[in-house]
Write a protein that binds this ligand. Sequence first.
Ligand code: HEC
Ligand code: HEC
Ligand code: HEC
Ligand code: HEC
Ligand code: HEC
Ligand code: HEC
Ligand code: HEC
Length: 336
Amino acid sequence: MFSTWCQRIFGALLVAGLCGAPVHAGSDSPIDSETLAKNRKANEVCFACHSPAGIAKPPRADLDMSKLADSRVEPEIFNKADHGVMDCRQCHSSKHYGAEYPHGAAGKTETSPCNECHAAKQLRLEPQFNASVHAKVEGVKEKFTCNTCHNVHVNVLALRLKDPAKIVEQDNHGCLACHNSDATFARFAPASDKMPGQKKARPDIDTIHEWLPNTKAHWKAVRCVECHTPEVAAGKMLSHEILNKEKAEKKCLTCHSADSSLKTRLYRHMVKDEQQRLGFTNSVILSNSYVIGATRHPELDRIVIGFIVLTLAGVLGHGAVRFIAALRRRKNGEKQ
Ligand code: HEC
Ligand code: HEC
Ligand code: HEC
Ligand code: HEC
Ligand code: HEC
Ligand code: HEC
Ligand code: HEC
């Protein structure tokens, strides 16, 4: 409550940071329509250059166009994003950024860090972030920050996106933009232990996961973090601890079963909705992932049934071998 009123009062003065954690998107709007209109108006100054329209038709002739092309922000996307209610200069210091150009030289180094406004969240997430693989490898951890995965101009809270396909696209984009791009990966990669003076080569993401049928279909339907983070209590946001590859999830039935772990992860917002509306949740899981027995996918059924048959055969086979061995031993014992 305090932070809502605090923001209402100070919003126009661009000091939301003083107000502590902002209220959640999805609750009533944190900002009144007057402040919102004022912020949108102020941002027009920036969009005159930093937008597709501005890049196509720059208001001045002396701009470094290649740099400007790299710094485009899409007004429609920004306005709908989590931070779209804000004035750009709540994060980009008004000391360096304004209608006048060139920008102040120190501007780049003075972008507000997340914890200026999300102190409580950062405090909770930081231990997980620090325990994750990216924060452990020398040469990687120094460069990894919250922005490495989060695009504050674009991202929309999962709770508001709801549609699993959109959530997957947003969250996997954060990982794939690096793990699927040699250029970006090279900027973050540690030194190679095989080739002195070179960066470690990027392992191809589809080759690493070739045990997973149709990886491309999985990247569209399920998030990297589903398999690469530990399970958290139902209803909680997922963990920021990216585990090492030995601890990653490989079991098909973790997702492809009626008791799918996706219920408490990717589908949690839909599940909650359905539970409130109907009192049960099965349709979410049935309509979004293949469940053995109830599936529409003969290939998956065959693979999964194959696994079960193999496991059973393994158990029975193992038992039979031990039984025969025991019989032999007993016979030998009797002879002596
Ligand atoms: C007249 C055109 C123009 C306007 C208006 C403008 N910018 Fe820029 N901005 C640029 C160009 C060109 C660059 C590329 C780097 C450079 O030349 O400084 C840039 C770079 C940036 C960068 C990248 C970091 C840096 O300093 O290089 C940020 C952040 C930025 N602008 C924010 C803003 C904000 C916020 C506003 C509105 C308050 C704004 N800009 C208004 C042209 C403009
Ligand atoms: C919630 C904070 C926040 C808001 C609001 C915000 N930005 Fe940014 N902006 C950032 C961060 C963080 C970066 C990345 C800086 C980095 O990587 O060092 C960034 C980077 C940029 C860059 C550099 C190029 C790029 O895309 O990485 C430009 C240009 C820019 N912002 C313009 C804007 C404009 C224009 C607005 C308003 C329409 C805006 N920003 C609103 C936080 C914000
Ligand atoms: C200057 C203040 C400021 C900074 C810096 C800032 N945010 Fe925010 N952020 C906000 C405000 C205000 C909202 C709430 C918008 C709303 O509720 O409609 C918000 C909303 C969010 C949300 C969605 C709603 C929620 O409460 O979880 C996420 C996620 C988020 N920010 C992440 C980040 C990350 C990651 C960074 C750093 C890269 C960052 N923010 C930097 C002010 C800021
Ligand atoms: C390795 C990539 C990565 C890094 C680094 C990262 N995050 Fe995240 N973050 C994610 C993903 C993926 C999600 C989506 C979780 C979900 O929807 O359940 C997320 C979700 C969030 C959310 C909640 C949004 C929601 O939908 O509920 C907040 C807040 C947040 N991150 C803040 C931070 C902060 C602060 C940092 C820096 C300490 C950070 N993140 C660093 C990947 C990352
Ligand atoms: C279905 C579960 C699953 C999904 C989804 C998944 N992974 Fe993996 N990933 C694994 C497992 C299991 C391993 C370990 C494989 C092995 O050692 O054979 C692994 C290995 C990795 C490695 C280690 C590479 C190496 O050998 O150095 C990286 C990097 C990785 N995954 C990134 C990703 C990214 C990025 C995504 C999202 C596009 C993703 N993973 C999605 C299960 C998954
Ligand atoms: C900006 C680049 C970048 C982003 C974004 C990124 N990673 Fe990584 N990741 C790396 C680098 C660099 C390594 C270290 C490679 C190494 O040491 O072999 C790594 C290592 C890994 C590993 C391998 C750990 C091991 O045991 O070898 C996994 C798994 C992984 N990342 C998953 C993810 C997931 C999931 C996301 C998104 C939530 C993500 N990464 C986002 C750059 C990135
Ligand atoms: C982290 C959760 C998860 C894990 C683990 C997982 N899957 Fe999937 N899989 C999905 C989701 C979600 C879909 C998409 C379902 C849809 O689109 O209806 C999918 C789709 C598939 C498909 C259909 C792909 C296509 O061609 O359209 C097959 C086959 C499949 N999975 C097999 C497997 C096998 C075999 C394993 C174990 C090696 C496995 N999956 C592990 C979540 C998972």
